[in-house]
Design a protein around this ligand. Structure first.
Ligand code: GDP
Ligand code: MG
Length: 345
């Protein structure tokens, strides 16, 4: 059966899964090419403006699965479990997630002659449990202005995700307004403007360098007066330094609380899936400044990693709500833990 037929047969979700799986195959090739892998890690670090360099070079999760599949019929011994533990850590899952997982595996497997296949099944179930607990959809209240403030470091995909989300909400018949709260980069606003045109939604923007608080104030007023269903707020991901950025986000948050404190609001952190454990650090910093209600995990079409999601679920209890799987208008999906785990294996 050709891939096209598979897609048609499985429909919408099948297509997404097939795409994620083809990416996994690509990443597997990269594992065999250390130079390319190093390059990828470098790009990811640059995109994330990493304040702390990843201690361990990330390695795609698929590598762990690939090895266990290869030894699917061999009995699992301590050496196998230790190698697995190391691979999971390198796949960005983080020590606090991996240690209890591997301990539970030891307990379960003891005296049972488990093979690699049993281990795979065990891990899949655990991953489902870890993510399923916190996964849920974007909240939306009918008849009110729903505010979604979108934050994250430079280049992770905030503006793009806003564009995609705007298009999706608009196609559901909602009236959507964008606020160009990233006034720091001259190009940032016109980029959001392009997205507003693409999605066919309205936008509030002020001249470059304006106070983002003023943009948000005007946008909130317009959204209320003209009864929009959704206000999507774009924010800067980089200022002169981190303290400045966090101060500015707190100010924006303050404007929203003062003028729209009664309205439903989500504060969404955009994370590049290839960021690694540094993503957890980012989540902590933004959590403190703006109080996060969800994560948008982007660029899953370009990496088989995203293991940091487990750490964020576990440590901060913040659900992943959406995932970006490309640069186009319709490349946004509700985060589906089942699909995500399937794609990892
Ligand atoms: P921002 O600085 O956080 O606003 O990031 P942008 O929205 O400007 O995006 C930075 C780059 O990432 C752009 O080139 C986007 O096209 C790209 N991008 C965003 N989301 C995705 C995604 O899900 N997949 C891929 N492949 N690229 C993405
Ligand atoms: Mg932007």
């Amino acid at each position: 059966m050709s891939e096209d037929n598979i897609d048609k047969k499985k429909g919408f979700w099948g297509t997404t899964l097939t795409r994620l799986k083809s990416v996994l195959a690509k990443t597997k090739e990269q594992v065999q090419d250390p130079e390319e892998l190093a390059q990828g890690a470098e790009t990811a670090a640059a995109g994330a403006e990493s304040q702390t360099a990843a201690a361990v070079q990330p390695e795609p999760i698929k590598a762990a699965a690939a090895t266990s599949v290869a030894t699917a019929h061999k009995p699992v011994d301590e050496e196998y479990i230790e190698a697995l533990e190391e691979r999971l850590i390198k796949a960005d899952l983080g020590l606090p997630t991996v240690e209890p997982l591997v301990e539970a595996l030891r307990q379960e497997a003891r005296g049972k002659n488990w093979t690699g296949k049993d281990v795979d099944d065990f891990l899949k179930k655990r991953f489902h449990d870890l993510l399923g607990k916190t996964a849920n959809a974007l909240s939306f209240k009918e008849g009110q202005v729903n505010i979604y403030m979108v934050v994250g470091v430079n280049g992770v995909g905030k503006t793009t995700s806003i564009g995609k989300l705007a298009a999706r909400l608009k196609s559901q018949g909602k009236r959507v307004l964008l606020a160009a709260g990233d006034t720091f980069r001259a190009a940032a606003e016109s980029q959001l403007e392009i997205w507003s045109e693409r999605a066919g939604v309205d936008i509030v923007r002020l001249p470059d360098g304006s106070d983002p608080g003023a943009v948000v104030f005007q946008a909130v007023k317009k959204a209320r007066d003209e009864k929009y269903d959704v206000l999507l707020i774009d924010t800067a991901g980089r200022l002169h330094n981190k303290v400045n950025l966090m101060d500015e986000l707190k100010k924006i948050r303050g404007v929203i609380e003062k003028h729209a404190g009664d309205l439903p609001m989500e504060s969404l952190l955009v994370l590049d899936a290839s960021t690694g454990q540094n993503g957890l650090q980012q989540a902590k910093v933004f959590q403190e400044a703006t109080g996060l209600t969800g994560v948008i995990l982007t660029k899953l079409d370009g990496t088989a990693k995203g293991g940091v999601v487990f750490a964020i679920s576990r440590e901060l209890n913040i659900p992943v709500k959406l995932m970006g799987i490309g640069e186009k208008l319709d490349d946004l999906r509700d985060f589906d833990p089942n699909l995500f785990v399937e794609a990892l294996f």
